[in-house]
Design a protein around this ligand. Sequence first.
Ligand code: FVH
Length: 292
Amino acid sequence: NRLDRKIPSLTLLGLGVMGTALARTWLAAGHDLTVWNRTESKTEPLTATGAKATAAAAEAVAENTLVVLCLLDDESIDETLWDTDLQGKDLVNLTTSTPAQARARADWATARGARFLDGGIMAVPPMIGIPEAGGYVFYSGSAALFETHRSTLSVPAGTKYVGEDAGFAALYDVALLSAMTGMFAGVAHAFALIGAEDIDPKEFAPLLAGWLTTMTFSVHKTADQLQSGDYAKDVVSNLAMQVAGSATLLRTAEEQGVSPELLTPYMTLMERRLAAGHGDEDTTGVVALLRR
Ligand code: FVH
């Protein structure tokens, strides 16, 4: 009987901005939640709404099988759990890590008798608990752990399980954030270009957002070319043309009094690929140049 099914309890370590947002959604969904935070005062708003707080991290861990970590960085996990018995625990680490840190943490947890799942949160705190906001968490590591706690983990945000390799969630997370960083760089350059003129940034913004959205088709084309190994497949604007076009971008930057420093690293890579005789290809060959 679904109505008789008990809502699982869990422990959350780390009540920063993200941890607090996560805690609120589990409490609102009726989960018994035990919390711990290094600075104890941050537990108070949550104990006022039903959470149980403990003075020591080890006590909070002892309360439940499912233990979620949302701490600043990998080092803070060692500082928090160094003296804690993890035997039989299901550890879910939502602390941002590198893939290597996540893999090492999985080995560390396994050696202590715990199952381990790493998570990369693709959301900012106001998106937590708001399904329409589209936030989700990449998970990788123990598939058995993920299946056991899937419904509890789905409460704050959507879930995407990306494999048994504990490093994959962090890798997917950082890959997406890195692409976003490049987009932010392009957006900064575009606003700098119009900045010297009497152009309202608020009127320009929808044009920029619309263009970036339209151009996302290129992500799928790049993936297709990488998979086939044919970087000239379905090429529309070949590398030779794009390198030639770069001159206009650089000259416009100069005319507008804008530094080209955000554009030139990418243009340099395109030129290197062109010089190696790949003018008929798409820009996909840049991927090969980046790999050391
Ligand atoms: N906030 C965001 O937009 C991003 C969205 C994507 C995912 N990140 C990652 O989530 C982790 C936690 O982020 P946060 O936003 O909650 O961060 P803070 O508000 O700065 O809280 C940090 C918590 O970590 C505790 N802490 C720090 N150092 C230690 C330590 N040595 N030992 C034990 N705990 C530590 C800190 O405690 P306190 O300062 O309150 O005492 C907070 O609970 C993070 O990995 C993001 O990259 C968030």
